[in-house]
Design a binder for this molecule. Structure first.
Ligand SMILES: *[C@@H]1O[C@H](CO)[C@@H](O)[C@H](O)[C@H]1NC(C)=O
Ligand SMILES: *[C@@H]1O[C@H](CO)[C@@H](O)[C@H](O)[C@H]1NC(C)=O
Ligand SMILES: *[C@@H]1O[C@H](CO)[C@@H](O)[C@H](O)[C@H]1NC(C)=O
Ligand SMILES: *[C@@H]1O[C@H](CO)[C@@H](O)[C@H](O)[C@H]1NC(C)=O
Ligand SMILES: *[C@@H]1O[C@H](CO)[C@@H](O)[C@H](O)[C@H]1NC(C)=O
Ligand SMILES: *[C@@H]1O[C@H](CO)[C@@H](O)[C@H](O)[C@H]1NC(C)=O
Ligand SMILES: *[C@@H]1O[C@H](CO)[C@@H](O)[C@H](O)[C@H]1NC(C)=O
Ligand SMILES: *[C@@H]1O[C@H](CO)[C@@H](O)[C@H](O)[C@H]1NC(C)=O
Ligand SMILES: *[C@@H]1O[C@H](CO)[C@@H](O)[C@H](O)[C@H]1NC(C)=O
Length: 439
């Protein structure tokens, strides 16, 4: 009888752990470290590096757009290997701490595993599955294996292979492990059975980190595997020494940081749009752009997703400078040239071509207007410091955006001091201005 009761308790316990969302309400907050934090680059080098990384990421997008077949394109994930922000986490039992690139453009969580057939240098030791008590390679028939782009089977174990649009790639075994998130006693959270890629054949640049953590919309991303499936971040001012913050699951809440009261602006929300060719990326519906109160003449088709999956508007944490669709860029450039009564310049050093001589002469008054993205149901108003920058060698005031022949990617320079919530369950992006250095 006692054993029957025990059996029933075990059965109930097993049933009360839903298979699809076995992790329940997980929440934590993490520091986001900028890839260039702690380096000795000068301001101008930092900006030049940011623009170069941004170009590399768009080159990856172009590589995907060049694949005519949208089904094939979906298999080449859009993201460059080098991201912009790193998160700290730990894998296994006992936990091995490491940093990884946070990537809102892809899904898989992966790290390099020993023994490595081909691995990049990384600051942490390679993860050794044999040394962890909680490592479980997934069988080929496991549902998680079926969620891979390229599921494959080797010696009855699920193997994966991911390409990142540029030369970066990772391949290895799909496995379950216990991950640890957060630092300090109060926020440390151990989560069992997180499926991840144990990569033994990897190529590309990991930006002095030891792997990647996918924050995309697909089923294998960290945010989809843990519940509730939402996250938010608050990016501090560019070049600020204060690290940015990432809030996860139950902690991701624009209310809890009380940002609306501190900024006085209401929280705004706009729905995500699905691009079937790139289902894990966060596409938005952008209707237009204003400079100040002046709506720019831009055909809304400039922001549309094309039938072949190219085009559209993505919000991304891993791109620094915004890539604006060519026609929209030209309209913004013309708008700025007429709004700012200063000689136009071309900063070939940093690679930005809508610039002005700066500072203005004493007899000229310059008012740089706000920049407004008009999304479906929400206006994102960027003050000048979120879309203009002072190029340090020339001292010019430059538009921190570059023209794109493919689609629009809203980069993290434009997201400074906004608290941005990615609510996957409700398919909504919400945001509110916030002093991210303080909260
Ligand atoms: C963390 O826990 C340890 C041991 O329980 C304690 O000594 C330490 O003060 C705690 N640290 C914080 C920041 O709470
Ligand atoms: C992980 O999943 C396996 C298989 O479903 C299960 O037996 C095990 O109890 C789970 N581990 C934890 C710690 O939940
Ligand atoms: C891996 O984790 C998933 C999600 O928690 C679980 O459904 C599955 O049973 C686990 N598999 C193994 C082999 O632990
Ligand atoms: C990589 O990061 C470590 C600390 O995490 C640092 O000591 C080292 O200098 C960095 N290396 C490079 C090449 O940036
Ligand atoms: C924020 O607060 C409002 C009103 O108090 C509530 O309706 C809304 O659901 C909250 N949002 C979140 C993400 O908790
Ligand atoms: C938000 O901030 C305002 C003003 O600082 C304060 O009065 C209010 O109590 C705060 N609300 C919460 C939920 O913390
Ligand atoms: C800026 O300079 C680059 C490189 O010389 C050139 O390709 C580009 O057309 C110039 N842009 C403008 C607006 O003059
Ligand atoms: C400002 O002063 C300069 C030199 O004194 C002169 O050439 C220019 O026309 C003036 N501009 C305006 C807008 O008055
Ligand atoms: C966004 O701005 C436009 C133009 O200023 C205005 O007509 C519209 O009502 C605003 N939408 C929201 C959601 O505030």
């Amino acid at each position: 009888m006692a054993s029957l009761v025990l059996f029933l308790i075990l059965l109930v316990a097993a049933m009360s752990t839903p298979a699809a969302h076995c992790h329940g309400n997980v929440g934590f907050k993490l520091k986001l470290t900028h890839v260039d934090a702690g380096t000795s680059y000068t301001k101008v080098q930092l900006l030049r590096r940011a623009v170069a990384r941004s170009k590399a990421r768009v080159a990856a997008l172009q590589a995907v757009a060049a694949v005519a077949d949208p089904v094939a394109a979906a298999r080449v994930l859009v993201t460059a290997s080098t991201g912009e922000y790193l998160v700290g986490l730990a894998i296994g039992t006992p936990p091995l701490y490491y940093t990884a690139i946070m990537d809102t453009g892809s899904d898989l969580i992966w790290t390099q595993c020993a023994p490595c057939l081909l691995c990049a240098d990384q600051p942490a030791p390679y993860f050794d599955a044999k040394a962890s008590a909680t490592y479980r390679a997934l069988p080929c028939r496991s549902p998680r294996c079926g969620q891979l782009y390229y599921p494959a089977c080797f010696q009855r174990v699920c193997v994966y292979q991911y390409y990142y649009g540029d030369t970066a790639s990772t391949a290895g075994v799909l496995a379950n492990e216990t991950f640890t998130f957060g630092a300090g006693n109060s926020t440390k959270v151990r989560v069992p059975n997180v499926s991840f890629g144990c990569g033994s054949i990897n190529a590309g640049d990991l930006a002095n980190s030891s792997g990647m953590v996918g924050f995309g919309r697909g089923p294998l991303s960290l945010v989809s595997q843990l519940g509730p499936s939402r996250f938010s971040y608050c990016l501090t001012s560019y070049l600020s020494p204060t690290p940015s913050r990432l809030y996860f699951g139950a902690f991701a809440n624009l209310n809890s940081t009380n940002t609306s009261s501190s900024s006085g602006s209401p929280v705004q929300s706009t729905p995500f749009v699905v691009n079937p060719a790139l289902p894990s990326m966060y596409f938005l519906s952008l209707r237009g752009i204003s400079l100040g109160t002046r709506r720019l003449p831009i055909d809304p088709l400039a922001f549309a997703i094309n039938d072949d999956g190219t085009g559209g508007v993505v919000i991304d944490s891993g791109t620094s400078i915004t890539w604006l669709q060519q026609d929209a860029y030209e309209a913004v450039r013309r708008g700025l040239l007429s709004a700012i009564p200063l000689p136009a310049m071309n900063d070939t050093d940093i690679g930005l071509d809508t610039c002005f001589q700066w500072p203005p002469p004493p007899n000229v008054t310059v008012t740089v207007p706000d920049f407004v993205f008009h999304f479906d149901g929400a206006n994102m108003t960027l003050p000048p410091e979120n879309y203009m920058l002072i190029a340090s060698t020339t001292g010019y005031l430059c538009l921190a955006m570059v023209p794109s022949g493919v689609g629009t990617i809203i980069g993290n320079y434009q997201q400074q001091n906004l608290h941005i919530l990615y609510d996957i369950a409700n398919s909504l992006l919400s945001f509110v201005p916030a002093p991210c250095d303080i909260i």
